[in-house]
Ligand binder design. Structure first.
Ligand SMILES: [Zn+2]
Length: 256
C-alpha cells in the first residue's frame, strides 16, 4: 500500500527547474500516485506532457478553474474539451471546477454557468468532479444539489462539521490538506466528527504547505505529514490512515 496525493499542481512554473526531483522525493516518501487538476487552457499542455512522461504515476484532470472563468469562458472550455477528446483515456476527473467569491464576486453568474456545464460534462463522461470552493459554500451547494448522481470531492476542505456532513451524506468526499496542520486552521475541531470513509488526502502543491513547511513551496512528498495529522486526531496508526485514504481515493477515481 502507498499514499496518493489527490490534488497537486506540479506542472506549474514553480516546479519547472526541479520537477523530476520533486517526483523522486514523492516516490521515496511512498507517494506512488499523484492526481493533477487543471487550471485553464494555458496549463493544459504542460500538465498533459508531464503526465505522459510518468504513466501510472501521474494522472491528469480536465477542467476550467473558477478563478479563470472570464467572459470568454465558453471558448476556453471548448478548447479544453477538445484536448480532452483527443486524450480521453488519460483523464481521471473533471477539475478543478467550482465557485470562488474570494477573488472576484462580479463573475458569479459566469462561474455558475461554467460549473453547471462542467458537471453535465462529467456526468456524460462518467467522471468524478474535483470542486474548488472559496467563500461560496451556499452558492456551490445550490448547484451541486441539482445533480444528486454526481460523484466528487470538495478539495481543500476547511469548512464546518455541518458542511462536511452535507457533503458526505451525498456520497461525496472531503479533500484534506496542509490547512489541517495549521494551529489556527480550526480543523482539529472538525475532523474528529467527519465520516472517515469519505476522506482523501492532498497537498494542493505548490500552495498551502503543512507545518513545519508552512509558507514555503509545498510538494507531494509532504503527504505523510497530513497523514500523521489525521493519525493524531483520529488516534489511528499512520499505516491505517494510508490504506484508508488510498482505498477511499481509489473508490472515487476510476483508474484503480
Ligand atoms: Zn488546486
Amino acid at each position: 500500500m502507498s499514499w496518493i496525493d489527490t490534488h497537486t499542481h506540479i506542472y506549474l512554473p514553480e516546479f519547472t527547474d526541479d520537477v523530476e526531483s520533486v517526483i523522486g522525493r514523492a516516490l521515496k516518501a511512498n507517494v506512488q500516485k499523484m492526481y493533477l487538476p487543471n487550471v485553464d487552457q494555458n496549463t493544459l499542455e504542460d500538465m498533459l506532457r508531464l503526465c505522459q512522461r510518468h504513466p501510472n504515476k501521474l494522472y491528469p484532470m480536465a477542467g476550467l478553474h473558477p478563478c479563470s472563468v472570464k467572459s470568454n469562458w465558453e471558448e476556453e472550455l471548448n478548447h479544453i474539451q477538445s484536448v480532452y477528446e483527443a486524450n480521453k483515456s488519460s483523464f481521471i476527473a473533471v477539475g478543478e471546477i467550482g465557485i470562488d467569491l474570494f477573488w472576484d464576486k462580479s463573475t458569479l453568474p459566469l462561474q455558475e454557468a461554467a460549473f453547471h456545464r462542467q458537471i453535465e460534462w462529467a456526468l456524460t463522461e462518467d467522471l468524478p468532479i474535483v470542486i474548488h470552493v472559496r467563500d461560496a459554500f451556499d452558492e456551490t451547494f445550490a448547484v451541486v444539489e441539482q445533480y444528486p448522481e454526481v460523484k466528487g470531492v470538495f478539495h481543500c476542505f476547511t469548512g464546518t462539521v455541518e458542511q462536511a456532513k452535507w457533503i458526505t451524506s451525498r456520497g461525496m468526499y472531503l479533500g484534506i490538506g496542509g490547512v489541517s496542520t495549521f494551529k489556527n486552521g480550526g480543523m482539529d475541531k472538525v475532523l474528529p466528527h467527519v465520516d472517515k470513509s469519505r476522506v482523501i488526502v492532498e497537498t494542493d502543491a505548490p500552495y498551502l504547505a503543512p507545518v513545519p513547511y508552512r509558507g514555503k513551496r509545498n510538494e507531494p512528498a509532504y503527504i505523510p505529514i497530513i497523514g500523521q495529522r489525521l493519525s493524531d486526531l483520529w488516534e489511528m496508526d499512520l499505516k491505517d490512515i494510508m490504506s484508508l485514504t488510498t482505498t477511499n481515493a481509489q473508490n472515487l477515481f476510476r483508474h484503480g
